[in-house]
Write a protein that binds this ligand. Structure first.
Ligand SMILES: NC(=O)C1=CN([C@@H]2O[C@H](COP(=O)(O)OP(=O)(O)OC[C@H]3O[C@@H](n4cnc5c(N)ncnc54)[C@H](OP(=O)(O)O)[C@@H]3O)[C@@H](O)[C@H]2O)C=CC1
Ligand SMILES: CC(C)CCC[C@@H](C)[C@H]1CC=C2C3=C(CC[C@@]21C)[C@@]1(C)CC[C@H](O)C[C@@H]1CC3
Length: 352
């Protein structure tokens, strides 16, 4: 069993890294929001102005947030829903309580793996609905604001809204797949996921639409078609890879995956070594990154700001891939080494 508590290897740079991220993440989010609405929209450099403290406090904004969470929580609790069985958890239901846990590190990553009140699972609830749907609603509000401002929404705004709506719709349609992510199985529910899900996703993932509202970008049909093609290629790889693995994990004899080549592991689970998962070790990340590029391109190339998501996401996925690699090495040992030899590239064929 993987070491836990005080013996576990610390991630995210340990307490120092966690302390830095606690400050950096909210500061970055504020910086991006302030800069997006300024004329020069400079990603690097100080923000154009700092709002007064009173400007940051609006009772109705708090009420709106609480109402949004309350509404989502009520919908989540509706009795008419499918109940899915989750994966075996990292702690195998045996709890250990180290006395001298580091409070900053624990606050960032969360001590509690899956906090629940009755059947209300805080982490699962936050991971998808409020933040992802909130992101789409913010995008839509920006589209409507642009229509009010300029008579009709621009083609660039339509593309950004359409692409991101597809992405969120896909995540909600395949909701059950979230149960196999490391966020649910491995990470605690701390600042990273609470802030990430509820603030970072809706406010920074909608940055392209925010940028377009203040910095209109003329976009011709030929270029728009190329961008649509890039998004379609990304989505094809992303969905193909995720569905192939999910189908295989659910039922390895399913005709759609039964012919794929696999290697056995000591745990009894097998690893795919052909199909999407024989191309690179994380084909789904590759597709996701191609889509991220397609979301930025409608904003033109005059500013770096709309490419923030692509840059951040590349860093997130490289780090996530390394973490997943460690976890797979612990789970599968020699079989994982064999897989890495057979499929040497991590995300981008022949490059990385
Ligand atoms: N937009 C965003 O901000 C983010 C999006 N994502 C997206 O979410 C999706 C889920 O990503 P994530 O949770 O990181 O992980 P993955 O869906 O990539 O799952 C990784 C797991 O898949 C299994 N696996 C790995 N290789 C193989 C293989 N060859 N054959 C069979 N199983 C294999 C292993 O688990 P096991 O063997 O136990 O099944 C491994 O731990 C991705 O599409 C990603 O792009 C992720 C993070 C952020
Ligand atoms: C605030 C930090 C910099 C990092 C926070 C990370 C979170 C925003 C992401 C961690 C894993 C995520 C996943 C998704 C959204 C972003 C977070 C919460 C998806 C739900 C996006 C849609 C995909 O289809 C599934 C993803 C699972 C992981």
């Amino acid at each position: 069993m993987a070491p836990q508590g005080s013996q576990a290897e610390l991630e995210f740079g340990g307490p120092l890294g966690a302390a830095a991220l606690l400050l950096l993440l909210p500061a970055t989010m504020f910086h991006l929001l302030l800069v997006a609405r300024s004329g020069p929209a400079r990603l690097l450099g100080p923000p154009p102005y700092l709002p007064e403290l009173e400007e940051l406090w609006r009772p109705w904004a708090l009420l709106l947030c609480l109402t949004w969470l309350g509404l989502q929580a009520a919908l989540y609790l509706l009795p008419a829903r499918k109940v899915a069985e989750g994966q075996e958890l990292k702690d195998k239901s045996r709890l250990r309580y180290p006395i001298n846990g580091n409070p900053i590190y624990d606050f960032f990553l969360g001590r509690e793996l899956n906090p629940r009140i009755c059947s209300f699972d805080f982490k699962y609830f936050c991971e998808l609905r409020p933040g992802l749907i909130g992101w789409v609603l913010i995008n839509l509000a920006l589209l409507m604001q642009e229509a009010e401002l300029r008579g009709s929404p621009s083609l660039a705004m339509w593309l950004v809204n359409g692409f991101q709506l597809l992405y969120v719709g896909d995540a909600l349609w395949h909701e059950e797949a979230v149960l196999t992510t490391m966020d649910i199985i491995h990470d605690g529910f701390g600042f990273m996921l609470a802030f990430g899900d509820l603030a970072w996703v809706p406010f920074t993932y909608s940055l392209q639409a925010q940028f377009l509202l203040y910095h209109p970008e003329p976009l011709g049909l030929p270029l728009a078609s190329v961008i649509c093609l890039i998004n379609a290629v990304g989505y094809y790889i992303f969905r193909g890879a995720n569905s192939q693995k999910n189908t295989f994990r659910k039922n390895p004899s399913d005709p759609r995956v039964a012919d794929l080549e696999t290697i056995s592991t000591a745990t009894g689970r097998r690893l795919l070594v052909s199909g999407w998962w024989g191309m690179v070790r994380h084909p789904n990340y590759l597709g996701d990154l191609i889509m991220a590029l397609a979301w930025s391109l409608p904003c033109g190339v005059s500013h770096l700001l709309p490419y923030f998501y692509l840059l951040y996401f590349t860093a997130l996925l490289v780090h996530r891939e390394a973490r997943d690699e460690q976890q797979c090495l612990q789970k599968y040992g020699l079989a994982w080494h064999a897989y890495c030899q057979r499929v040497p590239y991590r995300i981008v064929p022949y490059i990385y």
